[in-house]
Design a protein around this ligand. Structure first.
Ligand SMILES: [Zn+2]
Ligand SMILES: [Zn+2]
Length: 334
């Protein structure tokens, strides 16, 4: 099969012919229809995340159709449409797994990092960590739900029942969660790069109550803020924007250093926390909610072999939607 392979960090992906994987017991073989590009993929390529399997097939927002199933797979059959997320495997026995925090598993394996992912024509995945794709979603539009959606939703739940919610970094996750927040009658405040009036207008079009630069203070104190940006200096900025008892949730897997800040902006029971990975429960909850909202995603499709162009466009931030790779062998289901 064809795959776009990362041989070493810092280098472009290479189009290669590699063996089509064979599903082990408990695994399914998927014919990939779409795989969305995530900023985490950029961090892996750049070497910001230090221990990828190499060579590696990136991609952890996979939508595909079951081609064959390994022994003991009962959840799925040939022809089922399935999504594969970042959390690819856990041991089920460590202290975190035993208390329902499988996102923190000591031995977790991640799709497109420890396990070959979706920048390819086929992939195998442990059936227990896959999800059924809601039927209303075309393949490409469903793909961004699997990371921007799922992990974004986990960050969103960490904001508790915040009524006034700030999003710093108005990219794919914020687009998805603004729709969820409006459905739940919350107020969203969108913070973009200073001067990025195009993104601020896009946020207003989605129904946020206020949009401005990250250097601006919101008109009201926020109950919570979620950082979908990798800039550590936004942590004190967001702390200054939340009121007493407010929480600042850092949703990125990698962030630049956080500058020191005066204790009084943390005082009054404000909190800073990170969110790591996802649990299967997060995925089930979000994929049940998404069609009710209904969450809509904007995507820009690229042929699989143009993965490097898709990555460059994601890095430049000049896409109108999420880059999604589509192999030429994908089915025609829209
Ligand atoms: Zn574990
Ligand atoms: Zn991701």
């Amino acid at each position: 099969m064809l795959a776009m392979v990362l041989e070493s960090p810092g280098e472009p992906l290479r189009l290669m012919e590699i063996p089509k994987p064979v599903p082990a017991p408990g695994e399914i073989l998927l014919r990939i229809h779409a795989c969305a590009v995530c900023r985490t993929d950029l961090h892996i390529i750049d070497g910001d995340l230090s221990h990828p399997k190499l060579p590696l097939v990136l991609g952890h927002q996979i939508v595909g159709v079951v081609e064959t199933t390994g022994a003991r797979v009962t959840q799925y059959k040939q022809g089922d449409r399935v999504g594969v997320p970042w959390l690819g495997w856990t041991d089920g026995t460590c202290p975190y797994c035993r208390v329902g925090k499988e996102n923190l598993c000591d031995h977790a394996r991640f799709t497109g990092y420890d396990i070959n992912g979706g920048y390819a024509e086929f992939a195998v995945a442990d059936a227990r960590y896959c999800f059924r794709i809601p039927k209303d979603y075309p393949d490409a539009q469903a793909a961004p739900l699997l990371c921007a959606g799922l992990i974004g939703y986990r960050a969103y739940t960490m904001a508790g029942d915040a009524r006034r919610l700030g999003f710093y970094g108005f990219g794919n996750a914020a687009h998805i969660l603004t729709q969820v927040a409006r459905y739940q009658r919350r107020e969203v405040y969108a913070f973009t790069r200073p001067g990025d009036v195009t993104t601020q207008q896009a946020a207003r079009n989605l129904g946020v109550i206020w949009a401005g630069g990250s250097d601006e203070a919101p008109p009201e104190k926020l109950d919570a803020a979620i950082l979908f940006a990798a800039a550590g200096e936004l942590v004190p900025t967001a702390l200054r924007a939340v009121g007493k008892g407010g929480v600042v949730v850092c949703a990125e897997i990698h962030m630049s250093d956080i500058p020191s800040f005066p204790y009084n902006i943390l005082w009054d029971e404000r909190m800073v926390r990170s969110v790591a990975n996802l649990t299967r429960r997060d995925g089930e909850d979000f994929l049940a909610l998404a069609p009710q909202v209904p969450v809509q995603t904007a995507v820009q499709k690229f042929p699989l072999h143009e993965a490097n162009a898709a990555i460059a466009a994601t890095r430049a931030g000049n896409l109108h939607g999420v880059a999604v790779l589509v192999p030429s062998t994908a089915g025609t289901r829209a």
